[in-house]
Design a binder for this molecule. Structure first.
Ligand SMILES: [Zn+2]
Length: 91
């Protein structure tokens, strides 16, 4: 049984969440998510955050840069935070 490393999926997950991933990649990710609750939660969290952001976007208009930063932050919190308990807090 081959197991794709979650970190390897990250780039693909971004595309998947974006909706820009290819069908084959989507299938791969969905297959991975069946076996990997971590990635499932990750995608779920990202989707919710993006939805939230999009809703706010309509009113506040956040620069893409900020959204990108949140994107990265969520990614790090979720993936690195789970592996490294000594991740820095605050800034
Ligand atoms: Zn995973």
């Amino acid at each position: 049984m081959e197991h794709k490393v979650c970190a390897e999926m990250l780039g693909e997950l971004n595309e998947y969440i974006d909706g820009s991933a290819k069908e084959q990649v989507c299938a791969e990710i969905e297959k991975h998510m069946v076996e990997c609750p971590d990635c499932r939660i990750f995608v779920d969290t990202m989707n919710k955050s993006i939805l939230l952001f999009q809703q706010q976007d309509a009113q506040i208009e956040l620069p893409g840069e900020v959204r990108e930063r949140l994107y990265k932050k969520l990614k790090l919190d979720d993936i690195l935070g789970a592996q490294e308990p000594n991740s820095q807090h605050g800034r």
